[in-house]
Design a protein around this ligand. Structure first.
Ligand code: SF4
Length: 360
């Protein structure tokens, strides 16, 4: 039964970021250029159960240890990056290693290497067991200590407070990171900041959209997997601005009770959540409520990353010219009125620009 008129605000930006497009592109390209060859990916290529499941269905094997990759096979390092020890293990097994690490994660690795060589101690703000933090820490294990919260500060071993820098995981909540960084500055007034914010543009922009649009909504729905750091952070940002939030992997997890007495719902998605899952949630709501859909643009994004050099080398070694080889981005179609009419969803577009465009 279709009930009550509801407004759905689609946060923009939402969903896939440049690093996720690139990482998925890498595996897609390998499937294309190495038909019939086993392809291994070290850890989930991105933190989304559907992305991983779809690749698994196409024969890709995900491993948690390099020892599980047969000698000489192809292995892809995920978007979250790996430590030098993992790279060495891959060399020892004579693997063809393709590096799908997001360049913005690589940037943090490079900062860690640079400052540890200069004799700095590094305080890495992030989640100790997240693959990205494990990888970054591995670049300079003797120089890096992980700080998960201000409560960790008294336990830090600091040799020279004048030679101290903090770096951060790329997908932190800007709210939480701000609290930790303020506490670090209070404890160590001379602590150096990273040359540019380590929290990436995609994380920052998706959180900014929720911060701006959450207060206009009764409920925020975040599409993303539970192990996706940036997706979970979106729910936290929403709670911080006083709007209840739920995290769903896909429409099958939606619950009628959540929409009880809800007039306006904000829909967003973590950086690793595919567009079709977002559409699925819109369709789920539209099947139950009279819906108007508005996309609100908070930031403009035009970041793109090229294919990694390691993949281009493999292409050339197989006589394939890597020039122009990119997977075409599928548009979610939310701006396309015909998609809404096809799906019987009343479409009203209010491209309300709240913030200035930013060309990160
Ligand atoms: S969320 Fe940020 S750091 Fe992570 S893959 Fe996307 S752009 Fe890169």
């Amino acid at each position: 039964m279709i009930s009550g008129l509801m407004k759905l605000i689609l946060a923009n930006p939402r969903g896939f970021c440049a690093g996720v497009y690139m990482a998925i592109d890498v595996v897609d390209q390998l499937l294309d250029i190495c038909p019939g060859e086993p392809i291994y990916v070290y850890h989930e290529i991105v933190h989304n159960t559907h992305v991983v499941g779809r690749f698994r269905d196409r024969g890709v094997q995900f491993v948690e240890s390099i020892d599980d990759v047969p000698e000489g096979a192809i292995v892809v390092f995920s978007a979250h990056g790996v430590s030098p020890a993992v790279r060495q293990q891959a060399r020892d097994r004579r693997l063809t290693a393709i590096d799908a690490t997001c360049p913005l994660v690589t940037k943090v690795h490079a900062e860690a290497i640079r400052y540890s060589r200069k004799g700095f101690q590094i305080l890495l703000v992030g989640h100790r067991n997240h693959q990205e933090v494990v990888g970054t820490r591995g670049e300079a294990p003797d120089s890096i200590q992980v700080v998960e919260s201000p409560a960790d500060i008294p336990g830090l071993r600091i040799e020279d407070p004048e030679k101290l820098i903090y770096l951060t995981q790329t997908t932190l909540s800007t709210d939480d990171a701000g609290v930790i960084i303020r506490a670090l500055k209070e404890a160590f007034p001379s602590i150096k900041e990273p040359p540019a914010s380590d929290i990436c543009y995609a994380t920052t922009n998706r959180q900014e959209a929720v911060r701006a649009l959450g207060p206009k909504s009764d409920l925020v729905i975040v599409v993303g997997s539970r192990n996706s750091s940036n997706s979970v952070r979106l729910t936290e940002i929403s709670e911080n601005v006083g709007t209840r939030a739920v995290l769903v992997d896909d429409a099958s997890e939606m619950q009628d009770a959540w929409l009880h007495d809800v007039e306006t719902v904000l829909l967003t998605a973590g950086a690793s959540a595919p567009d079709d899952l977002i559409r699925g949630v819109i369709e789920w709501i539209a099947a139950r409520h009279q819906l108007t859909v508005e996309q609100h643009d908070v930031r403009h994004e035009d970041v793109e990353f090229g294919l990694p050099g390691t993949l281009k080398e493999v292409m050339r070694s197989r006589g394939i010219d890597p020039t122009g080889r990119r997977v075409v981005r599928e548009d979610c179609g939310v701006r396309n009125a015909s998609w809404f009419s096809d799906h019987a969803i009343p479409f009203s577009t209010v491209d309300l620009t709240i913030g200035a465009s930013s060309g990160h």
